[in-house]
Design a protein around this ligand. Structure first.
Ligand code: ATP
Ligand code: MG
Length: 235
């Protein structure tokens, strides 16, 4: 079943007198459990697309359906609820809270969901931090972690609430190529073990190699959408 359906989605940014068309009619379906990359040149609309999928922004036209609900009919509060329960975000610049430890950053995200007991939160945080390879580093603050370790904290933070969908906007842009591949391996492992759907954007051809589906976007339109055979992708 499609987790996500976009139909003729357009986004025009209104810059006073100038209108910037960022998305010009996107049709896209993403099934549960996919591991997909969106790639394309700078300014092609990747971030705009991820923000709309993630309920951070609304399209100018077209429809977005997430897990059966038409997002167009929802107000800000309802969109925030969908985001809080169903969508995890991973950013290029990690966006961790600097005064909190790795454990506390992930715990904070788990508390925001508002449905877990303290005991449950503790179990979830410890197990997801271990799953992303951070056992023993739970007490470190972001400035005491490497870039790859920070991004693992961000992955754990996105996953601790077991969202249906994780969106990652250039998650490896600040990492060297070896670390980028390690971070992608962690994302792929979580996709395979938890069945979480991932959509990530990247410029990096090495990172693209991990995707099971490649979506190319240029000038606000999808120009290629290719599902790959298991033999062609890195594991
Ligand atoms: N808030 C905004 N206001 C006005 N124009 C914007 C805004 N955000 C993005 N744009 C414009 O929309 C287009 C698509 O931008 P977007 O950030 O989605 O591209 P991108 O593919 O993510 O680029 P990059 O690879 O550089 O991150 C660009 O022309 C950009 O200048
Ligand atoms: Mg971008």
């Amino acid at each position: 079943m499609a987790l996500l359906q976009l139909h003729d989605v357009k986004k025009i940014y209104d810059q006073g007198k100038i209108e910037v068309p960022a998305l010009r009619g996107i049709d896209l379906e993403v099934d549960e459990g996919e591991f997909t990359t969106v790639f394309g040149p700078s300014g092609s609309g990747k971030t705009t697309l991820l923000n709309i999928i993630g309920c951070l922004d609304k399209p100018t036209a077209g429809t977005v359906t997430f897990a059966g609900s038409d997002l167009g009919g929802l107000d800000k509060k309802a969109l925030a609820r969908i985001r809080r329960h169903n969508i995890g975000f991973i950013f290029q610049s990690y966006n961790l809270i600097p005064v909190l430890t790795a454990y506390e950053n992930v715990e904070f995200a788990a508390r925001l969901v508002g449905k877990y007991s303290s005991r449950e939160i503790r179990d979830r945080v410890l197990s997801i931090l271990a799953a992303v390879g951070l056992e023993g580093l739970e007490g470190r603050r972001p400035n005491e972690l490497s870039g790859g370790q920070k991004q693992r904290v961000a992955i754990a933070r996105a996953l601790v609430k077991e969202p249906k969908l994780v969106l990652a906007d250039e998650p490896t842009a600040n990492l060297d190529s070896k670390t980028s591949e390690e971070v992608l391996q962690v994302m792929l492992k979580m996709n395979q073990e938890l069945g979480t759907t991932f959509i990530f954007s990247t410029h990096d051809p090495r990172v693209m190699e991990y995707a099971r589906r490649l979506i190319e976007i240029r000038d606000g339109l999808i120009t290629k959408d290719q599902r790959r055979k298991q033999d062609d992708v890195l594991n």
